[in-house]
Ligand binder design. Structure first.
Ligand code: BLA
Length: 515
């Protein structure tokens, strides 16, 4: 099997950073060494620089793009241009005396010894770019967002204003790599993708890894013939890393995907927070559309601002949630400090604070042979069976299970109160513990196409194609509670420390009394 065929039988394996081809709306040169000798040239070079690619190979870069641009290229070798966002030096004249410049150059380091020069026409882009004053105003307005949903909606409106694209979306990844459109602004007459979910294979792992480094991508027309890169045969063969090239040719599978969706032009911006890709801004146009460098830069800025503002809003919401939980903890401690003889009695007295502590609907606690029950729980024998089962998995620490019936089948008739459970074991090796329940929540996940048919293998070659149909496919998810979060586990462990303190104090008192 050839490299590419093998890659296309697994979405994750296609080496998308070395396609050995570019998109046709620009041309590319790669050069190396102190003299910057050209090692690679795109087959369409003559249409841009008037020099055939074969004639460019082996020549000095300065002979092709002029001394001034080459000096800038050399300067770009000094800095760490592989750092995200630092790769592009836009707007240099391509030919001496070319005023205003008709070609824009972007220069960045491709690897340890080579630079990439990307050449794009600038004249044609005039009038397509956003109005800078209005752009600043639109960006600043995002500060007024009061919630993540508000922020997402404002961002898609801003993005459509800045790009003029037909459909602009915020796409958010889930922990398992699948994702959903959480906001959308679209032209009248287009179908909506809002709230639709898409499987992880639609944006495979290596693409997500690349997008963490290279943060804005543009496809002015997804229907194109890739332009091959020609290499200098005098040099040892090596594939040019196009990770940071805005002209990088896009995976054929993804181009087919866009065709199947009826989309001709796209912009995609990585949304990064804490070194993780949490989402993408995705813009669609139904017809080909130029995407000038300043528009790409503005989109990237918008993506950065969105990530920063979202982090702030989420931190504020998390603080408010923590305050509610801390108040519940204080209420429980007030009861524990009364030092009654029976721990389960004290927990029963803490009542709904014990539920508020971890946002549960019911609780069963067992200590020293006594059992207490609060809120909505399955019958006591079933609850104790759950306790025993989760205890087996606990190794002394908190265990959270959002799909309880999968590990304790006996709980199935009681899903209305016990879709999920969390156990806090109290004494290692014994059956004591606090067990919280959450009710089952039935959710309908709406997928953009049947997720079970996300990839279609060719019967003979095994090569994968994307699905043809994006028709809505509804999946009812049952048998799960609202998932337990880190904060729930942390609060449970804090309660254990407080109970430990009470028990210690009590055993000290008893010791003193017995003297
Ligand atoms: C890339 N797939 C992508 C990208 C998106 C999607 C947004 C990134 C494109 C970019 O950054 O320019 C998917 N597009 C979507 C989704 C929506 C959308 C979910 O508009 C929802 C509204 N794709 C498949 C299958 C494979 C696959 C089966 O469906 C593999 C066999 C691969 N998708 C694939 C690859 C890329 C991709 C390889 C990387 C493209 C590239 O950067 O070269």
């Amino acid at each position: 099997m050839s490299d590419l065929v093998e890659a296309l039988t697994s979405c994750d394996r296609e080496p998308i950073h070395v396609p050995e081809a570019i998109q046709p709306h620009g041309a590319l040169l790669a050069a190396e060494g102190p003299d910057l000798v050209v090692t690679h040239a795109s087959a369409n070079l003559a249409a841009f620089l008037g020099v055939a690619p074969q004639d460019a190979l082996g020549r000095r870069l300065a002979d092709l793009i002029g001394a001034e641009a080459t000096r800038a290229a050399l300067a770009s070798l000094g800095g760490d241009v592989r750092a995200p966002g630092a790769a592009i030096l836009p707007g240099l004249p391509a030919r001496p005396g070319d005023t205003p410049p008709s070609l824009g150059l972007s220069i960045h380091r491709a690897d340890d010894h080579r630079i990439c020069v990307e050449i794009e026409p600038v004249a044609e882009t005039a009038g397509h770019g956003p109005d800078r004053d209005r752009a600043g105003e639109v960006m600043r307005s995002l500060w007024q967002a009061r919630s993540p949903d508000d922020l997402f909606a404002m961002t898609t409106r801003a993005l459509r204003y800045l790009t003029g694209f037909d459909r602009c979306m915020v796409y958010r990844f889930d922990a398992d790599g699948h994702g959903a459109v959480v906001a959308e602004d679209r032209a009248a007459g287009l179908e909506s993708f809002l709230d639709l979910h898409y499987p992880a294979s639609d944006i495979p792992r290596q693409a997500r890894r690349l997008y963490l480094l290279q943060r804005v991508r543009a496809i002015p027309d997804a229907v194109y013939d890739p332009v091959p890169l020609l290499a200098d045969l005098a040099q040892p063969p090596s594939r040019l890393d196009l990770s940071f090239c805005s002209l990088r040719s896009v995976s054929p599978v993804h181009r087919e995907y866009l065709r199947n969706m009826g989309v001709r032009a796209t912009i995609a911006v990585s949304l990064v927070h804490d070194h993780a890709l949490w989402g993408l801004l995705v813009c669609h146009n139904m017809t080909p559309r130029r995407i000038p460098a300043d528009m790409r830069a503005l989109c990237e800025l918008l993506g950065q601002r969105l990530s920063i503002l979202l982090a702030g809003l989420e931190a504020r919401a998390a603080n408010a949630e923590r305050a509610v939980r801390q108040a519940a903890l204080r209420d429980i401690i007030a009861v524990l400090e009364q030092d009654q003889p029976c721990l389960t009695g004290m927990l029963a007295q803490a009542g709904e604070a014990l539920l508020r502590l971890v946002n549960a609907g019911g609780c069963v606690a067992r200590f020293g042979g006594r059992v207490m029950t609060l809120g909505h729980t399955p019958p006591e024998p079933v609850a104790l069976q759950v306790m025993a089962q989760l205890r087996l998995r606990s190794a002394g620490d908190v265990v959270a299970e959002p799909a309880l019936a999968t590990s304790v089948p006996g709980v199935a008739p009681f899903m209305a109160c016990a879709g999920g459970a969390m156990l806090l074991p109290l004494l290692h090796g014994m059956d004591d513990g606090v067990l919280w329940f959450r009710p089952e929540v039935t959710t309908v996940v709406t997928w953009g196409g049947d997720p079970a048919k996300a990839t279609i293998p060719d019967r003979l070659t095994g090569q994968l194609s994307p699905r043809k149909s994006f028709a809505i496919w509804r999946e009812e998810v049952r048998g799960r509670s609202v998932p337990w979060r880190d904060l729930d586990l942390v609060m449970a462990r804090t309660l254990r420390r407080e109970i430990g303190t009470v028990l210690l104090r009590r055993s000290e008192v008893e010791l003193l009394r017995s003297r």
